[in-house]
Design a protein around this ligand. Structure first.
Ligand SMILES: Nc1ncnc2c1ncn2[C@@H]1O[C@H](COP(=O)(O)OP(=O)(O)OP(=O)(O)O)[C@@H](O)[C@H]1O
Length: 304
């Protein structure tokens, strides 16, 4: 469990993490979303003692990071995959981490195997590709077999196979009862990986909800009706509007209906005796819901 209570961080005049209060609970993957500069990395850095809050606190398993005797056994983190000694081999890098936290040397081979780097254990980390570096960072996070894991954009630079591997790893770590907190800008991937979401904008909490609830609460479900005959389409359009629906054209043979349930649209089609080629409910994607929610919190954007 990670507990944030009024967590606040300022850089100069700017408050980059602003009174964040939430719990990141075990047994599920919690996605951490927010526009560039929202304060995600800063929050994660404070969780593992690399930055210090100006106010409030962040606790791991009920304790501050500084109070943990062997921190890597309690919380593992992939924050900046490039932050390692480039001349040191992957194996030696992990061994040094293990020694500093009283972790058995045998864990090094285990985690290298888990991330698929056993064959390059002797290679210098500086020669690693972006994806290999990410895998090594993940190995470091797993080293102490911790109950709490933080991953800051873990799929950055990974190929599709690697992205899928990370997704499965996150899911299995959560299924083992661990707390998995992961940031990403890849909404489609988050939709597949996360159970719960924490969304921030300009350092403030915007949402703390299960993925499905977040999507439902920040977007509208529409109904798509495919009507091949233009005359029928006009008649249906008129009727749907009379019933209080908002309609707009989609594909050439399609009407998109807002504000009426799919069952009601189906009944009206039947009543009018209209031939249709498709009737479907369209649920918004996480990306649409996210864009909707964060539109006013984007700091570094270009106007459309
Ligand atoms: N060491 C620092 N000194 C000054 N400002 C900083 C420092 N670290 C971060 N910031 C500022 O704090 C804000 C939050 O940055 P942070 O990296 O936490 O955001 P983020 O949500 O992780 O963004 P991204 O999605 O781009 O990685 C930004 O405006 C950033 O410029």
């Amino acid at each position: 469990m990670i507990t944030l209570r009024g967590l606040t961080k300022r850089y100069g005049e700017k408050t980059v993490v602003d009174a964040l209060t939430c719990d990141i609970t075990p047994g599920q993957v919690t996605g951490f979303l927010g526009p560039n500069g929202a304060g995600k990395s800063t929050t994660m850095r404070m969780t593992v003692g690399l930055d210090h809050p100006h106010a409030g606190e962040v606790l791991v398993g009920g304790r501050r990071y500084a109070e943990l005797k062997h921190p890597l056994r309690e919380v593992g983190a992939l924050l900046d995959a490039k932050a390692l000694h480039p001349g040191r081999s992957a194996g030696k890098h992990l061994l040094a981490m293990a020694r500093s936290n009283g972790i058995a040397a045998s864990r090094v081979e285990e985690v290298l195997a888990t991330v698929g780097l056993s064959d390059v254990a002797g290679k210098r980390a500086g020669q690693f590709s972006l994806g290999m570096g990410q895998r090594l960072g993940i190995a470091g996070a797993l080293l102490g077999d911790p109950g709490v894991l933080l991953f800051d954009e873990p799929v950055n630079g990974l190929d599709p196979d690697g992205v899928r591997w990370v997704r499965q790893l996150m899911r299995s770590l959560a299924a083992e009862g661990r707390t998995v907190f992961v940031s990403s800008h890849l909404m489609s991937e988050m939709q597949l990986t996360a159970d719960h979401l924490i969304v921030i904008g300009r350092g403030r909490l915007l949402a703390d909800a299960p993925v499905a609830e977040f999507i439902a609460g920040n977007s509208r479900t529409t109904v798509s009706v495919r009507v091949p005959d233009g005359g029928d389409r006009t008649a249906l359009d008129r009727r749907l509007r009379a019933e209080g629906g908002l309609t707009h054209p989609g594909e050439p043979d399609e009407l998109v209906v807002d504000g009426l349930a799919v069952t009601r649209v189906g009944d009206l089609v039947h009543e009018l005796g209209i031939r249709v080629h498709g009737l479907a409910e369209r649920t918004a994607s996480l990306e649409q819901a996210y864009m909707e929610l964060t539109a006013s919190s984007v700091e570094y954007g270009v106007s459309a």
